[in-house]
Ligand binder design. Structure first.
Ligand SMILES: CC(C)(COP(=O)(O)OP(=O)(O)OC[C@H]1O[C@@H](n2cnc3c(N)ncnc32)[C@H](O)[C@@H]1OP(=O)(O)O)[C@@H](O)C(=O)NCCC(=O)NCCS
Length: 198
């Protein structure tokens, strides 16, 4: 690490999409294009990351966004049971800043947010080991997408969907008694959306 670099630190913050200005949204886009392989992160992927809570790491030196993750609300159905789900999108750290714990710090804040506000956490990834060390588990059951024409299997996603248990997976009411615990072996579905459904 050179002298200049050693003096740099990051600051962490959270913000809802509605409170991000155009420069911040540009910064998130620029970051994803630097972090992901060329063509891997699309405009659809950016759209999927908007509308919820952002977790950001800013370089103290120039305010540049060097780390990001967001959580958006989706309804996932587990064996047909709808669950208010915090879905994690656009996890990225600028290449020069990787390997210093930034994504792990962002994900710990993401985990806390999901546990406080949602019944389930979920995300799609090709890198499960990074998330498993932070408490996430691979969903072992079959994945589906709910389309206008009915449910469609998404075999390609099987094994690539991770979930985070929360303290409140069910909301028993007098008319809906307590549900069985989630095991991660059930079938799971998301609603269709433009771009990658999962
Ligand atoms: C994945 C990514 C967000 C990690 O960011 P980071 O700030 O470097 O992560 P951290 O420093 O917090 O954690 C790195 C640790 O996780 C491990 N790790 C990092 N990427 C990993 C991966 N893809 N699979 C398994 N482990 C991984 C490292 O070995 C390291 O472990 P250590 O702390 O024991 O040394 C970053 O590499 C990135 O932006 N990659 C490109 C975009 C991407 O793939 N995003 C995730 C899509 S789901």
């Amino acid at each position: 690490m050179d002298d200049n670099r050693a003096a740099e630190v990051v600051t962490y913050r959270e913000a809802d999409t509605a409170n991000l200005d155009a420069a911040a949204l540009d910064g998130i886009w620029t970051l994803t294009q630097a972090a992901f392989p060329p063509g891997d992160f699309s405009r659809d992927d950016l759209a999927h990351a908007l509308g919820g809570r952002h977790f950001l790491a800013d370089a103290y030196a120039d305010g540049r966004i060097v780390g990001h993750a967001s959580v958006v609300a989706r309804v996932l159905e587990v064996d047909g049971r709808p669950l208010r789900t915090g879905y994690v999108e656009a996890v990225a750290v600028e290449p020069g800043w990787q390997g210093q714990g930034i994504a792990s710090a962002l994900m710990l804040a993401v985990n806390a947010h999901i546990r406080e506000h949602y019944q389930l956490g979920a995300l799609g990834t090709g890198h499960p080991a990074f998330y498993e060390r932070l408490g996430w588990r691979v969903w072992a059951g079959p994945t589906w997408v709910r389309t206008a024409a009915g449910p469609v299997r998404s075999e390609d996603e099987d094994g690539g969907i991770l979930w985070l248990p929360t303290p409140t997976p069910t909301t028993p009411t007098p008319t809906a008694p307590a549900q069985p615990p989630i095991t991660g072996t059930e079938s799971i579905s998301c609603e269709w959306r433009e771009g990658d459904a999962w």
